[in-house]
Write a protein that binds this ligand. Sequence first.
Ligand code: NAI
Length: 332
Amino acid sequence: MHLVTLIPGDGIGPEITKAVTDIFTAAQVPVQWEEQNAGQTTFDQSGELIPGALLKSLEKNKVALKGPITTPVGKGFRSINVTLRQKYNLYQNVRPSKTTAGIKTRYEGIDLVLFRENTEGLYSGLEVYDERLGIADSFNRITKEGSRQICRAAFAYAAKHGRKKVTLAHKANILKMAGTLMLDACKEAAAEFPQIVYEDKIIDNMCMQLVNKPEQFDVVVTTNLFGDILSDLCAGLVGGLGVVAGANIGDDMAVFEAVHGSAPDIAGQGKANPTALLRSALMMLHYLGEHAKADQIEKALEATLLHKQECTGDLGGQASTSQFAQNIIAKL
Ligand code: NAI
């Protein structure tokens, strides 16, 4: 039995988390959940944004499944997602995007995995504001070690999963120092894995290529901000935010969560698609070595996706979040 910390989050978080835990129960997955929460609701109840009990649970179990957490724009609390990623050095944000039978999109043949650096860059939290001059500076801190870690992780993943190519997306033509650190780190990693083709692309061209000919990409590695933007773009290519999974991985801890946020526009209405969180949970099962259970649930999900009417509205269906989950359970 694997003990896993479960963070339902807020907005649509609790609805999609319940869908996933119901499917896991029905499939008799050997996972025992330890539920802890964070965010505004937790703060209102306990005065803590990230309760000590949540951190203790994470440090003990080393694996978590997390729903999305709202981060207010502008002033307000610092992102809990960014805080957890930095505190536990979860430096890899791994986000697969794949076209799937039944999910309508303009594209076919996409099967790429994005490796986003998860702790540095413009998300380092290093910002100063000079009120007198009206100037805000946000530091794009990139380290040699951080760049090496993420580039190496992308190549190691490619080698382990039989992938053929790694593409670095960067802006080293303008960001002469920070961009060059990533370029050098990727060249270094590429030399260690000569069987994997390596190429680099400037981020603006990368966006155009992704929209124009996404099937050319295999594994993509990039910095924090570019990765954040590219992963939503890639989600759009394969059916939307409701279907793409993600994982924040460090050397000894992993937090699995969907790419999407708390979707306040549809929260509490039973409209949220649980596929993205379910697919994140399946990545977690592979991480835990529970490959057979992951495959069993994935097959049931894929069979459900073939019937549009059994899915949620974002996929053209009419099912609610919980009906969608029941439809998957019926096919296990
Ligand atoms: P969002 O990803 O929550 O929503 C963008 C659009 O996609 C909305 O129209 C939403 O309804 C739709 N959508 C998202 N997930 C869906 C699902 N499972 N099924 C169907 N439709 C879905 O992005 P937004 O609105 O920019 O952010 C809302 C909040 O979420 C913000 O406070 C943001 O900071 C936070 N956020 C949290 C993340 C996390 O906890 N990892 C990641 C991204 C954003």
